[in-house]
Design a protein around this ligand. Structure first.
Ligand SMILES: NC(=O)c1ccc[n+]([C@@H]2O[C@H](COP(=O)([O-])OP(=O)(O)OC[C@H]3O[C@@H](n4cnc5c(N)ncnc54)[C@H](OP(=O)(O)O)[C@@H]3O)[C@@H](O)[C@H]2O)c1
Length: 246
């Protein structure tokens, strides 16, 4: 059975991605930092549907925790076939005058540091074996450059560069690295925000008559993880109904 680790899968897009990969036949590692209950409920949903899942609580931005956590992942799941770098912390808008280096670093920790820490735990055996999939969760904001959002936009843009460079490093070893760039997709956390207003502001920018769904993102991740996508490498796949068409 193929195996996948989805970081930040206790809720939001990660939760749906984990369920989708499980439905595609993967034994899935559900990573979380704080929401143990959420992560357990995702694993339970997967098991109830006949799939296989294990829960792994560790902070993907902490080097020591990643080393210990990944040792547990590899011991329980066996060698990974697919890593989905999905976890993200809070990323509220911050007016430019108030942005600090720490605000930027907080995002870089998720978009560069965590993927690097995780990659280091798997890349050696993957190169020897000659296969593996890394799927990074970017964002359309890297194309849009949203105002008061440079901390998040910059970090997500760095992730595009990292994806492209790793694709060259690892492609010769049969490993693909791609990035999925979602548009605005409402998830659980938006329930506490002005969700309806946010949707009303966003929808007119779409050359499409509906919002994107977590399943749109999860389906793209599952495709990139599949054998059919074995010749796709270093690409950014926008999943936003055409929001970033020139
Ligand atoms: N939703 C959108 O509109 C949208 C649009 C474009 C791109 N994206 C990208 O898609 C990805 C998922 O977004 P989302 O909206 O689903 O986020 P979300 O609902 O905020 O979920 C974030 C997940 O990350 C986990 N997490 C937070 N800090 C962590 C840490 N230090 N270590 C491990 N896990 C941690 C959270 O678990 P805990 O609760 O346990 O901390 C949670 O499971 C992100 O990369 C985001 O940038 C989302």
């Amino acid at each position: 059975m193929k195996t996948a680790l989805v970081t930040g899968a206790s809720r939001g897009l990660g939760r749906v991605i984990a369920k989708r990969l499980a439905a595609s036949g993967y034994s899935v590692g559900i990573n979380y930092a704080r929401s143990a209950q959420g992560a357990e409920s995702v694993a339970e949903e997967i098991r109830t549907a006949g799939g296989t899942a294990e829960v792994f609580g560790f902070d993907v931005t902490d080097e020591d925790q990643v080393q210990v956590g990944m040792a547990q992942v590899l011991s329980k799941l066996g060698q990974l076939d697919c890593l989905v770098n999905n976890a993200i912390g809070h990323h509220d808008l911050i007016p430019i005058e108030q942005q600090t280096w720490e605000d930027h670093w907080d995002q870089i920790k998720f978009c560069s540091k965590a993927p690097v820490l995780l990659m280091r735990e798997i890349v050696g055996p993957w190169k020897e074996r000659g296969s593996g999939r890394i799927i990074n969760m970017g964002s359309e904001v890297a194309d849009i450059g949203n105002e008061s959002f440079a901390h998040y936009v910059g970090a997500k843009t760095a992730m595009v560069g990292l994806t492209r460079s790793w694709a060259r490093d690892l492609g010769p070893h049969g490993i693909t690295v791609n990035l999925v760039a979602p548009g605005f997709i409402t998830v659980e956390r938006h329930e506490e925000m002005a969700k309806d207003e946010m949707v009303a502001d966003y929808l007119p920018h779409l050359p499409f008559n509906r919002m994107g769904l977590p399943e749109d993102i999860a389906g793209t991740v599952a495709f990139l993880a599949s054998d059919e996508a074995s010749f796709i490498n270093g690409q950014t796949i926008a999943v936003n109904g055409g929001r970033t068409l020139a």
